[in-house]
Design a protein around this ligand. Structure first.
Ligand code: NCD
Length: 306
């Protein structure tokens, strides 16, 4: 694997290897502090991001490397009409590895086809977000110690939420997984994800609009925000944005070892009062995101012979 575009570009054995490296980095950060000395990561962000971009940058700095790049499309040559294919070729002359976010589905794939260095998809439109999924998997591993035999509730915008699509893809390869899809009617999981992933892999799943009724059976609750930027009209967004608000009282019947996750940014879907609950894992998840990106950068540079 030269680039990471989709989570399925990684075998489960490769995911295990990344998780073990991330765990070793957590235990012995010093060991890795010069691993990428003299190397450059280019962060090409054509769409806004705080966590993903900064976690890539922090990851590279903690490996002793350097970072170049841009954080908005209009501060790059895309504003002059440059294609993603050309940008990828140009950046290959300056950097050793690229992390790219783009509003169009497939953009990272096009970049990888044209770059001579590894490309990491940091989110392509509503399609997928493999490094968030690696973050989610590391969180699940650290909190639960396994990927098998888990009932995972995914709640919120299951239609546009790319992190949800990638996570379902990743979990579909483990045994004993059950998925509970919790969303308003209009934001249900796209039927292609249901058919091509859940049904094809015989993953048992339920669909409901009722978060509270679904909660008691869950080992993991993955909350998501309604993806305002992917709506065609503001009225629909305003009507749907507060469909689910997780509050302490709603958690009364949840398991005592429930793991509550969220890729962040949070809008209203988790009340800040839940932050103190020991089951809230979303800020730990942010930290895990940096460690797994360190492991990924190391692996891709090594494979590229850099
Ligand atoms: C997610 C994304 O960009 O899809 N954020 C992230 O990477 N942490 C989720 C979101 O924006 O809602």
């Amino acid at each position: 694997m030269k680039s990471l575009i989709d989570i399925l570009d990684l075998t489960t054995a490769e995911i295990d290897e990344l998780i073990q490296t991330a765990c070793d980095i957590i235990e012995h950060p010093q060991k890795y502090s010069e691993s990428c000395k003299g190397k450059k990561l280019a962060t090409l962000f054509f769409e806004p991001s705080t966590r993903t971009r900064l976690s890539f940058e922090a990851a590279m700095y903690e490996l002793g490397g350097n970072v170049i790049g841009f954080s908005e499309a209009n501060s790059s040559s895309a504003a002059k009409g440059e294609s993603v294919a050309d940008t990828a070729q140009v950046i290959s002359c300056y950097a050793d590895i690229i992390a790219m976010r783009h509003p169009k589905e497939g953009a990272a794939y096009v970049a990888a086809q044209n770059a001579s260095i590894p490309v990491i998809n940091a989110g392509d439109g509503g399609h997928c977000h493999p490094t968030q999924t690696l973050t989610d998997l590391l969180t699940i591993y650290r909190e639960k110690g396994r990927f098998e035999n888990l009932t995972v509730g995914l709640c919120g915008d299951l239609k546009f939420g790319r992190t949800v699509h990638s996570l379902i893809n990743a979990l579909s390869r483990y045994s004993g997984i059950k998925i509970v899809l919790i969303s308003p009617e209009e934001l249900k999981l796209p039927s292609y994800v249901k058919k091509d992933i859940l049904q094809k892999n015989h993953i048992p799943y339920e669909q409901t609009t009722d978060l509270q009724a679904a909660l008691p059976q869950l080992d993991i609750l993955y909350m998501t925000r309604v993806q305002r930027e992917r709506f065609f009209n503001e009225e629909d967004y305003l009507r749907l944005k507060d469909s689910y608000i997780l509050e302490p009282k709603k958690l009364q019947k949840a398991k005592s070892d429930l793991c509550i996750m969220h890729p962040l940014p949070r809008v209203n879907e988790i009340s800040v009062a839940v932050d103190k609950d020991p089951r809230a894992c979303y800020f730990k998840q942010v930290l895990y995101g940096k460690f797994i990106r360190m492991a990924l950068i190391l692996k891709l540079l090594e494979e590229a012979g850099k």
